[in-house]
Design a protein around this ligand. Structure first.
Ligand SMILES: Nc1ncnc2c1ncn2[C@@H]1O[C@H](COP(=O)(O)OP(=O)(O)OP(=O)(O)O)[C@@H](O)[C@H]1O
Ligand SMILES: [Mg+2]
Length: 502
């Protein structure tokens, strides 16, 4: 792609930054989500912004982009203060935002999505313009979407959807690029590819603001890191310097490890397993999403299904939950699940916490939890809520906030908590670590240990994050390209199956 990006900064912006933020403040009702934040990014520089879930990172980006209006502060782009401008004017001033969640237009193809980003104010007839077509193709090639240019987003794997967001953000050749959690849910190889793309922005002289909870990958990519907590500045400097900051360690990084606790020997009860998936196949059109998959889970067991994006984990869980048709058999507590509705399967004790969270966005945090616990007695519900509020304190202090207005990680905590409210016999967790800060991962890890030591719960966990999936597991399956290719003890995983994951 022949990108004409010479930001042509005048002398004042060379010394002080292409993007200069000062005194930036945002209140949502009584909550100060961003408080008096100041930083600047030079052309050709990548600043990493880190902080716990809900610390205000995405809000900072939305304020710069004009999606939210600041209550105070300046956002200076190449010498022009754009604070309070509408988003489309800020885009024209040279800012692009890669959203935390993919939101393509599903009825348009990949190419059309990119063209719309190139010409957001123009009518579709301009699509005929060969220059636009050429530009869109060049951008698609550059981000690795060349081969799927004419496909619709709904048929694309997760990483390609993320690529499409990247393509849309750079379509108008922005001087300042804001990238929110590009690595979440990507495999190590994909993270490397995305890092290279983002490093390319630096070479082109753009100023990049990067947010992600994949601390290692952020540290490897950025020139500087800024840490925030509860909307406020905590530390700034080299990645090494900031990660060593005691506050950052305490509120964000945690102890830095997920511990394996010694687990009691499972008394292997004779008889059939609690859940038995036998020779299950799922077809999406012509695509084989699962191919003769067989797994079983015994009562009280913690089983991890490790697999990369698109391997089929979510499809497997959806089949068990009765959400997709399948061939083969799935037996639960001795009874076949074939023909049962998703609702009846859930009432039977199989509760899935989906990757997509499926929260009721306009309902409050508390209402979402109460719905989950609708079948509990009042006493049980209160006890359960107390336990969950201790586990995720943010859910207590935000009980009345609309679920859809919680931060990405806060919504993930709510989805997990709601699943736990449903008193599952079998809890299916699909990529629960997505978007969670390291310290929350540790808390979640301890909570799962506590659950299994104090309740008769059985867990089926789908993850590509093996540092989270292995320590808890009694047994591990590896799912690759729709098939189970390995089964065994977590201790043997590294030597026998771990290459792609470790
Ligand atoms: N529209 C809104 N109304 C009310 N509160 C909001 C709104 N948007 C965000 N918040 C709150 O502001 C705080 C900052 O949210 P933000 O999304 O910026 O966090 P974040 O640092 O990006 O977190 P994460 O790492 O989980 O994505 C959160 O506590 C969130 O619940
Ligand atoms: Mg966020």
């Amino acid at each position: 792609m022949n990108v004409d990006v010479r930001p042509r900064p005048d002398r004042s912006t060379v010394s002080t930054g292409l993007l200069q933020v000062s005194g930036l403040t945002k209140r949502f009702g009584g909550l100060v989500a961003v408080k008096d934040m100041s930083f600047s990014i030079k052309p050709g520089e990548i600043l990493g912004l880190i902080g716990p879930n809900g610390s205000g990172k995405s809000t900072v980006m939305k304020l710069i982009m004009g999606i939210e209006r600041p209550n105070a502060g300046r956002v200076v782009i190449d010498g022009v203060d754009v604070a309070g401008w509408p988003s489309h004017r800020i885009a024209r001033q040279g800012v692009g935002l890669v959203f935390q969640h993919s939101r393509p237009l599903h009825r348009q193809t990949v190419g059309e999505n990119i063209k719309l980003a190139l010409l957001p104010d123009a009518l579709l007839k301009l699509f005929a313009d060969p220059a636009v077509e050429g530009k869109a193709r060049a951008i698609a090639e550059r981000v690795g979407l060349g081969a799927v240019f004419d496909r619709r987003p709904a048929t694309l794997p997760f990483a390609d959807l993320r690529r499409l967001e990247l393509a849309k953000a750079i379509a108008r050749n922005p001087k300042v690029v804001l990238v929110d959690e590009p690595f979440a849910g990507l495999t190590a190889g994909e993270v490397a590819a995305f890092s290279k793309l983002i490093a390319g922005f630096r070479e082109e002289g753009r100023a990049v603001l990067l947010v992600d909870h994949n601390v290692k990958s952020v540290a490897a990519l950025v020139d500087r890191v800024l840490a925030m907590y509860l909307g406020e500045f905590v530390a700034e400097g080299s990645a090494e310097h900031v990660m060593a900051n005691p506050t950052v360690r305490q509120v964000y990084l945690g102890a830095g490890s997920i511990e394996t606790s010694a687990r009691p020997e499972l008394d292997q009860k004779p008889g059939p397993p609690l859940l038995e998936v036998k020779d299950v196949g799922v077809l999406y059109g012509k695509a084989q999403a699962l191919q003769s998959v067989s797994i079983h889970v015994r009562e009280g067991e913690f089983v991890s299904v490790v697999g990369l994006n698109g391997a089929g984990k979510t499809t497997l869980f959806n089949a068990i939950s009765g959400l997709v048709p399948y061939s083969g058999s799935i037996v639960w507590g001795g009874d076949t699940l074939a023909g049962r509705t998703a609702g009846s399967i859930a009432r039977g004790g199989i509760v899935q916490c989906p990757e997509s969270r499926e929260l009721f966005g306009t309902m409050s945090v508390r209402e979402n939890l109460d719905l989950g616990g609708a079948r509990l007695s009042n006493g049980d519900r209160t006890a359960k809520l107390d336990w969950l509020f201790e586990l995720f304190p943010i859910l207590k202090s935000r009980a009345t906030q609309a679920a859809g207005k919680m931060s990405g990680g806060e919504q993930q905590m709510l989805a997990i908590a709601r699943a736990l409210m449903m008193q599952p016999k079998l809890l299916i967790l699909d990529e629960p670590t997505l978007g969670l800060a390291p310290v929350i991962l540790e808390q979640l890890s301890h909570a799962l240990e506590r659950l299994r030591n104090t309740t008769p719960i059985t867990v089926l966990l789908g993850e590509q994050n093996v540092t989270f999936a292995l320590p808890h597991a009694d047994r591990v399956y590896v799912l690759e390209h729709a098939r189970i290719i390995w089964e065994g003890d977590p201790a043997r995983f590294a030597s026998e199956a771990g290459k792609a994951y470790l």
